[in-house]
Design a protein around this ligand. Structure first.
Ligand SMILES: [Mg+2]
Length: 272
């Protein structure tokens, strides 16, 4: 049986059925799919497994990513993705049912959440069951003030889609959801429960939604502090790949311990 870069046997991967993939640096880099990745997805599907792409980014680039994967020959639909917005919707629906939820997010995000049957309001309303803040690229000072008023005058559970500080843009970086929530923390003292990586929630939602066990699940990514940490926090096995941002040294410096380490995800072709 093949071994990982640390000499650890990969036999534990043989029984995995639910593969939760990061994308950038894990299956492609600079828009180029790694060799063997297409074969890997075909193998997973042919052996009764399921692959899901998990991403904190819940913006409209989801359609672009689906189109890109289809262009490379990978059969993927938006249903093969789990975004932090999708996970937030599942969690809020489970926890609060038809209870009203105050949401501050983009129009497209609100529409997506309504599609899950959530009872939402974007207006000031003290009768809500929960508050959700998304990565809001349509943010105005009016919206910020309203959210602060909600956080100040209610004491209901407060969620946010993803903890990322910044979002890459053409000139560098712009504030993402984490930075927006930090602004609210400074104003109100309240901090949200973040749904996106590195917390466990997206992994938990995938395991439940696709009907596999945690033992059958493998989280795969190139960042220890987000991808691998989310798997560790959810109590599932993780595969750290060295094809993107992370290095072996990170394991020591960051103190996040992956179950397996490979140079590239396509090496799984020899294991499955
Ligand atoms: Mg990545």
């Amino acid at each position: 049986m093949q071994k990982d870069v640390n000499g650890k046997s990969l036999s534990g991967i043989k029984n995995k059925k639910l593969f939760l993939f990061d994308m950038d640096g894990t299956i492609y880099i600079d828009g180029k799919l790694f060799d063997g990745v297409k074969d890997l997805f075909e193998k997973i599907a042919a052996t009764g497994g399921k692959y899901v792409f998990i991403t904190n980014n819940s913006s409209k680039s989801l359609e672009e990513r689906v189109a890109y994967l289809n262009g490379t020959g990978i059969a993927a639909t938006s249903g093969d993705f789990m975004t932090s917005t999708m996970a937030a919707a599942e969690i809020l629906r489970d926890k609060f049912g038809k209870g009203k939820i105050y949401v501050q997010a983009t129009k497209s995000c609100v529409k997506e959440l309504i599609g899950y049957g959530l009872n939402l309001t974007e207006e000031y309303d003290e009768s809500v069951s929960a508050i959700l803040v998304g990565y809001d690229t349509e943010l105005t000072y009016e919206k910020m003030k309203r959210t602060c008023k909600m956080l100040t005058n209610t004491n209901v559970p407060y969620y946010a889609t993803n903890p990322d500080w910044v979002c890459p843009v053409d000139f560098g970086y712009a504030p993402d959801c984490g930075s927006m929530c930090f602004t609210y923390e400074k104003a109100t003292g309240k901090t949200p429960t973040f749904i996106g990586k590195p917390t466990r929630f997206m992994i938990d939602v995938c395991v439940k939604k696709y009907g596999f066990t945690k033992e059958q699940t493998l989280v795969i990514g190139d960042r220890l502090y987000t991808d691998i940490a989310s798997g560790v926090n959810a109590g599932v096995d993780t595969l750290f790949v060295l094809s993107g941002e992370g290095t072996l040294r990170d394991i020591e410096t960051l103190g996040v311990k992956p179950t397996f380490v490979l140079n590239c995800v396509s090496e799984l072709n020899d294991v499955l």
